[in-house]
Ligand binder design. Structure first.
Ligand code: GDL
Length: 462
């Protein structure tokens, strides 16, 4: 692929359940086909990567890694092994340094040449008295351990490289004293990660990256925290295209490593859009790219269904509104009610009802008819919530119509309540509560005519 971004990567760098070997290898082949050239292995919850970083991997795990490293090689992707030693390391300890060496050597012997030390999401202060005595600052300790690791790696093999994630990896100028000091002392051959103005950045421009570069004294690798959905984002499913990365971002960085979701297959949609952005950042069109990305991952016969679902789950660091189309249909219906239009024969009601039917069909197709079963499995929990929203929405339309006709609506209302109960208790979120204004409106009508029948749960539905 010709691209102005030298590094085009994925960083498996999220919290929570990380990929199985087949998922990881499928993803590496997939991104290789797309023209990515780097896969950084560093899932936070891999015990031997972070919490028990001093311990070697079990033999079977090393055999699996050896296989994955071969898959990466065949796919034209550099496999980078990252170690998150920062939770407990004694920066001044030779024994701890030896643990890093042993970890890296085991990967070197299977052909890995690229390594990283992740010092993100750790304390901003020394944990050990001994280090406080040896180093004049935290930044000095970080520079020292990384410089020492690079020197040693190069003495083992001149092809080796080292990158690092600093403890301050996001923000805007003037940046912290730590970052300036780190930048001044860190060997210039060591690449540094930067996530943009925020941890999960809405926009990242060349200017942001260049300002970081000034502090860190080198062009960063952007660690892009979209589409990752770990930690507080666990309820979200990020199926939208990448956007908000400026057309000239390559002028301020060495490349981009994308942190994907815990759901490997569903992450491929955003990754295809990243590939389009990498190829022609200045001409990149998120909407066009999105269409072809969904077709590529879901398959032609499922694309329109997955697209419909994806349009209800857009809330992320990139945009607030989860389901703009659904929200606008609900808005139109409520406007028509304010204007005094009836429910029966109301075009806005028909439109919303048709849309909910289409969505229902999409859910049915994805669950029962889609060929890509991995994608189906990734999406299932969100489909479960969406189906309940659909039932609630349809139930509300039925209640409103029965009310208008003076008929008994108690069954329909009970169905609405049951569906909303599921929605409010479910760990996943979808639609951003786009139907909620309609539910509220319906409840008000019911109350006005017949008093309070049920107090609906006030759990956050968004
Ligand atoms: C972070 C973590 C990352 C996590 C992400 C999103 C970096 C450098 N570190 O702060 O592991 O997946 O946020 O929650 O981004």
């Amino acid at each position: 692929m010709s691209s102005p971004f030298e590094i085009r990567g994925v960083v498996e760098g999220f919290y929570g359940v990380y990929y199985t070997v087949p998922q990881r290898e499928s993803l590496i082949r997939f991104i290789g086909d797309l023209g990515f050239n780097t896969y950084i292995y560093g899932p936070k919850d891999d015990r031997e990567h972070r919490v028990r970083w001093r311990e070697p991997y079990p033999e079977e795990a090393m055999q699996e890694f050896a296989h994955t490293v071969q898959v990466a090689k065949q796919s034209g992707v550099r496999f980078v092994y990252a170690l998150s030693c920062g939770l407990s390391i004694r920066y001044s300890s030779d024994e701890d340094f030896e643990c890093i060496q042993n970890k890296f050597l085991a990967f070197h012997s299977m052909g890995v040449r690229d390594f990283s030390l992740f010092l993100d999401d750790i304390s901003h202060e020394f944990q050990h008295e001994q280090d406080r005595r040896v180093f004049s600052s935290y930044a000095q300790a970080h520079a020292a351990i990384c410089n020492r690791a690079l020197e040693w790696l190069l003495s083992v093999d001149s092809e080796c490289t080292l990158s690092m994630c600093p403890t301050d990896y996001c923000g805007e100028a003037p940046f912290s004293a730590y970052l300036h000091e780190l930048g001044a002392s860190l060997d210039p051959r060591i690449d540094v990660f930067y996530t943009g103005p925020q941890v999960c950045s809405t926009r990242i421009t060349a200017d942001h990256a260049l300002q970081f570069a000034e502090a860190a004294r080198r062009l960063p690798i952007i660690w892009d925290n979209y589409p990752v959905n770990d930690s507080s984002m666990r309820p979200e499913m990020h199926l939208g295209p990448i956007k908000g990365r400026s057309g000239d971002l390559y002028k301020g960085c060495k490349g981009i490593a994308v942190n994907p979701m815990n759901q490997a297959e569903a992450s491929k949609i955003a990754l295809v859009t990243f590939a389009d952005y990498f190829a022609r950042p200045a001409d990149y069109n998120p909407d066009e790219s999105w269409d072809s990305a969904i077709r590529r991952v879901a398959g032609e016969s499922s694309a329109k269904h997955v697209r419909l679902l994806a349009e209800t789950t857009l809330m992320s660091c990139l945009q607030r509104e989860a389901a703009p189309k659904m929200a606008s249909l609900v808005g139109r219906l409520l406007d028509s009610q304010r204007e005094g239009l009836k429910v029966q024969g109301n075009p806005a009601v028909c439109e919303l009802s048709d849309y909910l039917t289409e969505l229902d069909e999409a859910c049915y197709h994805i669950v029962n008819r889609m060929d890509n079963l991995e994608l189906r499995n990734d999406l299932l929990p969100w489909i479960e919530v969406l189906e309940n929203w659909i039932w609630a929405g349809r139930g509300v339309l039925e209640v409103l119509e029965l009310l208008e006709r003076g008929k008994d609506y108690s069954n329909a209302l009970r169905a609405v309540k049951d569906a909303l109960d599921v929605v409010s208790k479910h760990p996943k979120r979808i639609t951003g509560g786009a139907l909620k204004p309609l539910v509220d409106y319906c409840m008000k009508q019911v109350e006005e005519q017949h008093g309070k029948l049920w107090v609906l749960s006030t759990e956050p539905w968004s």
